[in-house]
Design a protein around this ligand. Structure first.
Ligand code: ATP
Ligand code: MG
Length: 384
């Protein structure tokens, strides 16, 4: 028996005249993602089909499809010749161990098929009923829907389950952003959420060698790779932040350490964003989560850049963020106990509500442009 994967998209059909553009992007992204697995890609009305793959690749394909933004649902269907005998045999087979209520729904795309869809559903439903006494029919709220899709190709797809895809919009449909990627829980989730909306990503990470070690860097590279799987790859820019931190530590009041660091990070992120053609900066900030994420702190860091800053987690509780991070597979890596640059010179009592005018005054002690120019001199860029 042949298996076929049915791939459906979601919001794309809402895009009117641009519909073809979105569909083409999604098609290209799927083809790119599965290019190493032999199979046939077919486009039909409102859906894509993957067929002619080896059975042992079924799960590999599904796992890949689950990481492609723009895909709404996936079904694993059985493909059989379009005869009533073949269709009902397979329908009976896949309902063999099911219990509860069901109904049969037929889509007769092949108008040459001699039996009308309602008759087809009724006939197949009767066969299922007589072969499985644990099932009863409920046409309004069935627990199982047996879908029969009679295609023009002379084959029929029979399936019951819908696997929820990533949703969102196809990668490449929403410009490019630079993700500020720490080794924590939040920023990978923020990257995932923006990638889901179709934005291509590059990432920037600040590290404080030798205060933070090689393992901390490796951890961020691993997280970057993980996010890259949802965004068609990712380029990571690693910026050495040590000198800037030492200068702040030396010249500014202790409680302003993080406030000052944030302003440098944002400025450098904006410069790198412009260099790589990104239009926005993305952070994992969540309102009130820590001292550096009060509205006053955000105002201070935001005021040094002109580019829009996207903060997809701003209204999320930590537990909700953790839930997504577990779902996308980054959590276990994020909680590995390696130091982040923000933990270096961490003040005992960071300022919670910094006043912008004070921040600007304090910053005058630093040669901002020189420090930034130096940091930009040896950025390590890795394509993940
Ligand atoms: P995360 O879990 O993402 O590290 P957090 O709760 O630890 O977030 P902060 O340390 O205040 O929060 O960082 C806020 C945001 O600033 C992060 O979500 C991230 O986008 C950015 N950021 C923090 N540290 C770094 C870093 N070393 N390199 C790049 N971006 C960083
Ligand atoms: Mg952090």
């Amino acid at each position: 028996m042949k298996k076929v994967l049915i791939i459906r998209w979601c919001e794309i059909h809402l895009k009117g005249k641009n519909r073809n553009y979105f569909e083409k992007l999604l098609e290209d992204n799927i083809r790119h993602s599965i290019k190493e697995i032999p199979c046939k890609f077919v486009k039909i009305q409102g859906r894509y089909l993957l067929r002619d793959f080896d059975e042992f690749n079924e799960d590999v394909l599904i796992q890949k499809l689950l990481k492609i933004s723009g895909i709404h649902t996936i079904s694993v269907a059985n493909s059989v010749p379009s005869t009533m005998e073949d269709i009902s045999n397979i329908a009976v087979e896949i309902c063999k161990y099911k219990k509860g209520t069901f109904k049969v729904e037929t889509n007769r795309a092949d108008k040459k098929f001699p039996i009308h869809s309602t008759d087809c559903s009724r006939e197949i439903g009767a066969k299922i009923l007589s072969s499985n006494h644990d099932l009863t029919v409920d046409v309004h709220h069935p627990e199982t829907i047996v879908n029969i899709d009679i295609r023009e190709s002379g084959r029929t797809l029979v399936f019951t389950d819908f696997i929820k895809g990533m949703g969102g919009m196809p990668t490449g449909s929403a410009g490019k952003g630079i993700l500020m990627l720490s080794g924590g829980i939040d920023s990978p989730v923020a990257g995932y959420m923006i990638a889901k909306r179709g934005m291509r990503l590059e990432a920037i990470h600040f590290h404080s060698y030798p205060y933070t070690g090689e393992l901390a860097k490796e951890k961020v590279i691993t997280l970057g790779k993980m996010i890259g799987e949802y965004s068609n790859g990712l380029t990571l820019h690693i910026v050495k932040f040590t000198e800037i931190q030492e200068a702040i530590h030396e010249k500014c009041p202790e409680e302003y350490m993080i406030t000052m660091m944030r302003r440098f990070m944002m400025r450098i992120a904006e410069i790198i964003a412009k260099n790589v053609g990104a239009q926005t900066i993305i952070t994992g900030e969540s309102l009130g989560q820590v001292a550096s994420q009060t509205i006053e702190s955000i105002t201070s860091s935001n005021s040094v850049v002109k580019m829009p800053v996207l903060r997809p987690l701003i209204a999320f509780d930590k537990l909700d963020i953790i839930e997504i991070s577990e779902k996308i597979g980054t959590f276990e890596t994020s909680i590995l106990p390696y130091e982040d640059c923000c933990t270096v010179f961490l003040p005992k009592y960071p300022i919670i509500k910094p006043k912008l005018e004070n921040v600007e005054k304090i910053e005058k002690a630093l040669d901002v442009d020189v420090l930034i120019a130096k940091a930009l001199e040896n950025v390590e860029t890795i394509k993940l």
